[in-house]
Write a protein that binds this ligand. Structure first.
Ligand SMILES: C[S@@+](CC[C@H](N)C(=O)[O-])C[C@H]1O[C@@H](n2cnc3c(N)ncnc32)[C@H](O)[C@@H]1O
Length: 193
């Protein structure tokens, strides 16, 4: 087990998963309710316990979810089995994983902000590579207002600099959800140019 895998796996084993919402996030429900996300081939990188995988599978999406932590993947497979739902679960490091086919959409929920900023460019390259032309990233960038992490503060100017205009088209609007005092999640839609 690599050091990185071990860090995440030990969190799942110890139950120190403060990011886990225990249910499908209101962020995903926002995209669905507003008809911004419709059944397609979708990837969830760093899916964790992956409640969103169940919701999307139930709605007829072709869902592929990847995580480095075996316990997270086992938990998710057990939930899928219990509900007799199908999704493709992959236990791997998303920095080295290359899928056989590209995706229409990616649901990016607190994976980027869980990574140290020095890995963000590598992650953005992967997001871009995984998508079909005109594919979309449904992203939430967390604003912690604090130094250090995880989660790491995703300053919008930094996100702007990361998702450059010749590779990505930013949606004109975003919605902001207060998570806890001082911590906000901004929802953005990014199109691969
Ligand atoms: C903050 S958690 C978010 C989990 C989930 N998206 C959620 O919202 O509950 C970050 C997740 O990314 C996974 N992860 C971190 N680095 C990874 C990597 N290199 N490859 C695959 N998964 C990774 C962790 O195991 C963890 O489940």
């Amino acid at each position: 087990m690599s050091k990185e895998e071990n860090i995440w796996e030990s969190r799942y084993q110890a139950g120190t998963t403060g990011w886990d919402r225990g249910a499908t996030s209101s962020n995903l429900n926002y995209w669905l309710k507003n008809d911004l996300l419709k059944p397609c081939r979708i990837l969830i990188p760093g899916c964790g316990n992956g409640y969103e995988v169940l919701t999307l599978a139930q709605l007829g999406f072709d869902v592929i979810a990847i995580d480095i932590a075996p316990t997270a993947i086992e938990n998710l497979q057990a939930m899928l089995d219990k509900e007799s739902l199908n999704a493709e679960l992959i236990l791997d490091d998303f920095f080295s994983w290359n899928p056989d086919a590209k995706f229409d959409a990616i649901f990016e929920q607190t994976s980027l902000c869980a990574l140290p900023p020095e890995l963000w460019e590598q992650y953005e390259t992967q997001l871009h590579n995984w998508l079909k032309p005109k594919g979309k990233v449904y992203a939430q960038f967390m604003q912690t207002g604090r130094k250090g992490g995880p989660p790491y503060h995703c300053e919008l100017t930094d996100m702007d600099a990361l998702f450059v205009k010749d590779k990505w088209r930013w949606s004109d609007e975003y919605i902001s959800q207060e998570k806890e005092p001082g911590m906000t999640e901004l929802l953005y839609l990014l199109d691969k140019v």
